[in-house]
Design a protein around this ligand. Structure first.
Ligand SMILES: Cc1ncc(C[n+]2csc(CCOP(=O)(O)OP(=O)(O)O)c2C)c(N)n1
Length: 294
């Protein structure tokens, strides 16, 4: 087993010439295998950095894997390809998840993941679109991504481009008023090329949403704001695949996928444990976690 200090990461599947093929048509089995690799990266890289946000990265692994390996049109070797679908990580603290996914797709070398949060690294603690290939928005201040995503969606419409925009939000992030301004505007402008996905893991920085700020009835709120609502098990790749397929048929309104997930998913002692919201696993915990993720 690799020591977290050495940060030995497996080489990316995208090292092969297949990179572009799997990004568009991966099987469920392939995506499950990639999801496991991404979870291992998240644990290893935050462990090496000694800081970061593993819990909310682990909860959204299947969502982001399905988008990058099945749903989105994109070219890892050409991150600025004008026709690409856009993925906006609004919950920017889940940067380790995005970096690991981009590395598995071939946007950057997997070895780069070891440099998370170091000075001069391409991979800072929160996302920087001027630094990291494939990152569409600089994020970290919660609440802004849906507004940004709506702007990108409307720009596509104005420019007669048919790309689609996918924005990943945290459920705790939905405490922010700006999310609901953007939700209202998206329905007003009938942005049917925009899909929001809420990583509905039930927790935020200080614990359970129900104790900090009750969001319920959450689906009804989105519906009242004019959105089509789909609820899925956010760890089921087939359910996510179906939901994303369905969003392409919805016309005249934006869609939100409320993905029910578990914070820290995949590592028993991190699951539903708010202690791992913004704290990295120590050396022993990394070893235990990687054992569970074999
Ligand atoms: C505007 C703003 N306020 C506070 C924070 C600090 N913060 C970082 S993550 C977080 C909790 C977010 O909860 P959620 O969106 O549910 O994320 P997840 O549980 O999925 O990681 C908070 C309050 C921030 N990044 N931005």
């Amino acid at each position: 087993m690799s020591s977290p200090k050495e940060c030995k990461l497996p080489s990316t599947s995208a090292d092969s010439a297949e990179a572009e093929v799997f990004s568009l048509s991966a099987s469920t089995a392939k995506m499950k295998a990639v999801a496991k690799k991404i979870r291992r990266h998240i644990v290893t890289m935050t462990g090496k950095a000694g800081s970061g946000h593993p819990g909310g990265s682990l909860s959204a692994v299947e969502i982001v894997t399905t988008l990058y390996f099945k749903v989105m049109r994109h070219k890892p070797h050409d991150p600025h390809w004008p026709e690409r679908d856009r993925f906006i990580l609004s919950k920017g603290h889940a940067a380790p998840l995005l970096y690991a996914t981009l590395a598995e797709c071939g946007y950057l070398p997997v070895s780069e993941l070891c440099t998370l949060r170091q000075m001069d690294s391409l991979l800072q603690g929160h996302t920087d679109c001027n630094l990291t290939p494939g990152v569409e928005m600089s994020a970290g201040a919660l609440g802004q991504g849906l507004s940004f995503a709506l702007g990108v969606a409307l720009a596509g419409r104005l420019n007669k481009q048919d790309y689609r925009v996918y924005a990943l939000l945290g459920d705790g992030e939905c405490d922010e008023g700006q999310v609901w301004e953007a939700a209202m505007a998206s329905a007003h402008f009938k942005a049917d090329n925009l899909v929001a996905i809420v990583d509905n893991n039930g927790q935020q920085i200080d614990g359970w949403n129900r104790d900090v700020m009750n969001l319920e009835p959450f689906p009804d709120k989105w519906q009242a704001f004019g959105w089509q609502v789909i609820e899925v098990d956010g760890h089921s790749i087939p359910q996510l695949t179906q939901a994303f397929k369905k969003t392409k048929k919805i016309k005249g309104q934006p869609t939100v996928i409320i993905a029910h997930t578990i914070k820290g998913k995949g590592v028993s002692f991190m699951e539903n444990n708010p202690d791992f919201h913004g704290a990295a696993p120590n050396e022993i915990e990394v070893k235990l976690a990687l054992k569970e993720l074999e």
